[in-house]
Design a protein around this ligand. Sequence first.
Ligand code: GLN
Length: 541
Amino acid sequence: MNNKQTKFIFVLGGVISGLGKGIASASIGYLLKGKGLNVTIMKLDPYLNLDPGTMNPYQHGEVFVLDDGSETDLDLGHYERFIDSNMTKNNNTTTGQIYESVLEKERKGDYLGQTIQVIPHITNEIKSKVYSINKSNNFDVVIVEVGGTVGDIESLPFLETIRQIRIEQGKDNVFISHVTLLPYVDASEELKTKPTQHSVMKLREIGLEPDMIFCRTSNEISKSVKDKISLFCSVSPSHVIEASDVKSIYEVPLLFHKQNVEDLILNDLKFKTNKSNINELEKFIYRFKNPQESVDIALCGKYTELPDAYKSVLEAFIHSGVENNAKVSIKWINTEKLESSDSLKNELDNIHGIMVLPGFGDRGIKGKIEAAKYSRKFKVPYFGICLGLQIAVIEFAKNVCGIKDAYSSEFKDTTNSVIDLMLNQKNINKKGATMRLGAYDCNLKMNSLAYKAYNSEKILERHRHRYEVNNNYRKVLESNGMIFSGINEKLDLVEIIELENHPWFIGCQFHPELKSRVNKAHPLFKDFVKASINYKKNNVK
Ligand code: GLN
């Protein structure tokens, strides 16, 4: 039974969106975990979708998939990477989910006789979601990030709920942090505090006051600016935190630590705790800033103008770069623009490793197939994730096995669908939450590249796709030199492919990027970067 008082830290945002509330929340989480506390982080998203699974990456960035198969906001990726713990579906709630459960209860008759209203029905539901995260765990601290910006109509029920939680739990047990922007005006050469003041006024309208303000800024904040924010927003100057731009998001906890953020918060929450522990992160940042090697890796995909669409891949390259003492430079290649082999050769000429990114739909497929062919022929390290595996199989079937019309049934009907829907996907009509999602077992072949990377026979990796390698073609692919080095034995599905006579060619049906963490780079990413460094050493004169 849970009998200790859990503390709640809410992280709200003002002025504009995209200020990095997710990273602020994750950084606070990191610092509190370093104090020896049992911490979790959850996100409340104000939109009406049940989850981001059906949204375009341009709307929402990457969809972050958890072990339990839930499709969540990309901030959950930051939480997992920073506090190094696996989240569950309870860590992300949307307004859509809140309404869905209230309406289900209404139909069941749980509220018989009542008029269903935002207050109390919706707010009670939000409250029970926040409290229920603690049911099976005894967390010392629950950090709750609220998506959107204070003043948005959509987030009002969440803010009202926080007001109620503060009364129910007592002020000593609830801490409100507000992330805002201090714009710098060139003409007058000063940082402006007015937008922050206004967003705090918006908070007050609903009965909330911030306990700490994180000021996002490109400039240093002077004492007089801090004093001004303190005066107008009723927080002490020590609680006005400079959240300036840093080279790496992993520096943010260090920046906060320098300003005693964790001690100030815990002191206000009347917590007695141990000394802070930030050594690991300090070492990580030192290595990040002092690389010994450098490699250029091409990322071939469709949403190349929007790095948020591949957030976890980029983070995994940071982790694996550091563990290889290397700076990984990314070259984005939009494969829609790259359909001829000549333009491809120009693009890939000085590249030391090629990744074909995950994706959906047939745009840019030809260019991706060309990229896989290039790396197979010229023995450049290849790493294909999900669609990237499927592309490698199509390319190999076409150009090595001679199956000219080999393709995926996702893109068009063909007699040779080397990538195809499994039976259990064929009768699915609904799009939301119906892919192969979440953690699945995979057995690795002894002495394969994958086995060497993981140093284990059995792995568990996260999935998000509908299509699979068609088992009818396994024999012909294998007899021509493709190795199926990872298999899900229960479902008899191919999880990892490799190539004979290639120094490093791996495609995986799952998403390894979702499990890479600071100081625990994912083994496949780590090995791919290593192979790319070796390729550079052996091939660049
Ligand atoms: N579109 C492919 C599928 O659904 C690959 C998905 C992905 O890359 N995540 O199987």
